[in-house]
Design a protein around this ligand. Structure first.
Ligand SMILES: Cc1cc2nc3c(=O)[nH]c(=O)nc-3n(C[C@H](O)[C@H](O)[C@H](O)COP(=O)(O)O)c2cc1C
Length: 374
């Protein structure tokens, strides 16, 4: 086999996940559902799950992200309900002090026997953060400067007995965190901007890029690898986040995509975009466009770059992106996290081997009772 990748699932601890349509399968944003999806992912052979952190839902008919379970709290419980799969949670740098997250994630590492990772996010949507008192009044790039300092404090707490730190944003004077994690938790980031990508390479282990198979995606993946090479970080990894719209046939998958777009929650998408427009340091167009294309009627229920096709044909499409962008891993997003995930895990991802890609998903063919949804 030429290439080995890790495979993960972006689990929907947020209502509606990442398909913002009134025609989408019901995804409640409950812990119970996230647990079912995580157990299914583990059973199918996935290497990790990642849960997002979100502080305010959109105000449209679908109420997407309106109900959420806290990503960090869920991680502890998910490790206790599983045996093998890695569980990565998310924290915003402007919401928590670094020492708080260092302690919580060190505890999660003990609880989960080292199967823990942390997705570091800077936020940037005014309406997601301001109402709860989390808006820091920083510009986009400055928030990444803060994130760098934030992560360096956390790394110190995880590796040094007594921490002294005099950074531009955070201080520590003889800080002690005990016990320190036996194995350093994985640090990941999904910045899409040049500053975000630099932060990922400088401060984290993995960069998540929103897959799309277009030239820009491949270029960005190569840039991340080049930055890592320049910094002598040969173990740095680049993963592609892929929204997959599957069907029994290519036509059925295309029909599902069209059905989802007919029900696009335009009010909710506009509400989400307006959160970026209200930023006190100027409209954060880049972050906004990574979530939804801007411009009224152009709002889409499904993120740009989704891979659409039959369970059979999807394997070659996923493999093409992995090979062209030289990805080290993939993160799956689907409309239906039980039936679609089960089919992809048993029928599509095992076929990556036909394209020279080794991936641990697909050792089974049926869903066990413990993961069947009611
Ligand atoms: C896989 C993935 C996971 C993300 N998780 C979160 C999250 O949980 N919370 C959040 O506020 N933003 C999240 N984001 C948004 C990114 O952290 C980032 O802000 C966005 O891609 C824009 O990039 P930029 O910050 O470099 O402008 C995620 C993005 C991706 C692609």
């Amino acid at each position: 086999m030429e290439k080995k990748i890790e495979a993960g699932v972006f689990i929907p601890t947020v209502r509606s996940g990442w398909v913002h349509s009134t025609n989408a399968p019901h995804t409640p944003g409950s812990f119970k559902h996230a647990l079912e999806v995580t157990r299914l992912a583990e059973y199918l052979g996935f290497d990790f799950v990642l849960s997002p952190q979100n502080w305010r839902g959109a105000q449209g008919p679908h109420r997407f992200w309106g109900d959420t379970v806290d990503s960090i709290a869920a991680a502890g419980a998910l490790t206790q309900a599983t045996d093998r799969i890695n569980v990565w949670c998310t924290a915003h740098v402007s919401v928590h002090k670094p020492a708080t997250i260092a302690k919580i994630v060190a505890s999660l590492s003990e609880i989960g026997d080292g199967r823990i990772g942390l997705n570091v996010v800077t936020g940037g949507n005014y309406m997601q953060l301001y109402p709860l008192g989390f808006w820091d009044d920083m510009g986009h790039d400055e928030r990444y400067d803060m994130a760098e300092d934030w992560v360096s404090v956390i790394r110190k707490y995880w590796s040094e007995e007594v921490v002294t730190h005099d950074g531009p944003y955070f201080k520590a004077d003889g800080g002690i965190l005990s016990p320190r994690p036996a194995k350093r938790p994985t640090l990941v980031n999904a910045g899409a901007s040049p500053r975000g990508l630099k932060f990922a390479v400088d401060s984290c282990d993995i960069a998540f890029l929103m897959g799309g198979g277009d030239a820009k995606f491949v270029e960005q993946a190569k840039l991340a690898k080049q930055l890592a090479k320049d910094r002598n970080k040969p173990d740095f990894k680049v993963f592609g986040a892929m929204t997959i719209i599957p069907g029994e046939t290519d036509e059925a998958a295309q029909e599902l995509l069209e059905h989802l777009e007919v029900g696009a929650d335009l009010v909710g998408l506009a509400d989400l975009a307006s959160g970026y427009q209200k930023n006190t340091k100027g409209f954060d167009k880049l972050s906004a466009s990574s979530l939804a294309p801007l411009g009224g009627a152009d709002y889409k229920a499904v993120m740009p770059g989704a891979i659409v096709g039959s369970y059979e044909n999807l394997a070659s499409k996923i493999a093409k992106q992995v090979n062209e962008a030289d990805l080290d891993g993939i993160l799956i997003i689907v409309p239906d996290y039980i039936s679609h995930l089960n089919q992809l895990g048993t029928r599509t991802l095992p076929r990556l081997a036909d394209f020279g890609i080794e991936c641990s998903v697909g050792r089974t063919t049926a869903v066990p009772n413990s993961v069947v949804v009611e």
